[in-house]
Write a protein that binds this ligand. Sequence first.
Ligand SMILES: Cc1cc2nc3c(=O)[nH]c(=O)nc-3n(C[C@H](O)[C@H](O)[C@H](O)COP(=O)(O)O)c2cc1C
Length: 226
Amino acid sequence: MKKIDSKEQRKEQILSAFYFRHACKEFDPVKKITDDDFAFILEAGRLSPSSFGFEPWKFVVLQNQAIRQRLLPVTWGAQRQLPTASHFVVLLSRTKEGLTPDSAYILHMMRDILKLSEEMAKGKGARYHNFLANEFKLMDNERAMFEWGARQTYIALGNMMTAAALIGIDSCPIEGFDKDAVERILREEGILEDGFGVACMVAFGYRVREPREKTRQPMEDVTIWV
Ligand SMILES: Cc1cc2nc3c(=O)[nH]c(=O)nc-3n(C[C@H](O)[C@H](O)[C@H](O)COP(=O)(O)O)c2cc1C
């Protein structure tokens, strides 16, 4: 019979994955993540929660070394990660044009993915409009709309890094880049379509050296109980 880990064992495994995960600066360039393991990491991204269930992201798995080289001069935060990572992902988020309540993408999500009836889609669309226009006041600001989507891609980012750590794979989240320059290159390469922007990046692979000991503020400095 399949042995099920106890709750205590699972807590220990999950916490040890959080301790194992660190911002890995350099990967072993010859050690590659298997297709199966990488599919598992992507699946953790795909299954991530999103506001209203609209999944505003796209994950670009950048394995082309020539394109990685082109990004290097404008990606100061990944100088050693870009050339050595087994897998390198650029997380895209939709811009305002793809996120407005009457956009083709939102209508597609409600009808074809969330499988809402016309009536339910109408109700959800009205609630979504009110949220964007009045409650969060995002609708009249292109950048705010993009950042709202990008915030959600960071949930996928976190889930992918945790999933990777649980199976012994290292990662590094990356925000150290010139957004305009990266987007220009990805557009020139035919990767970045209209209606998307670059939210963040993440490198995956196997560490070449052990990291420094993890440092964090004490729990009482980062929590408020009321
Ligand atoms: C959104 C985000 C962006 C980051 N950008 C970079 C980066 O560009 N380059 C880098 O080496 N580390 C980057 N980091 C890693 C952080 O510096 C690191 O997570 C933090 O110092 C805590 O260390 P630890 O992750 O090793 O525990 C980033 C982290 C996050 C969450």
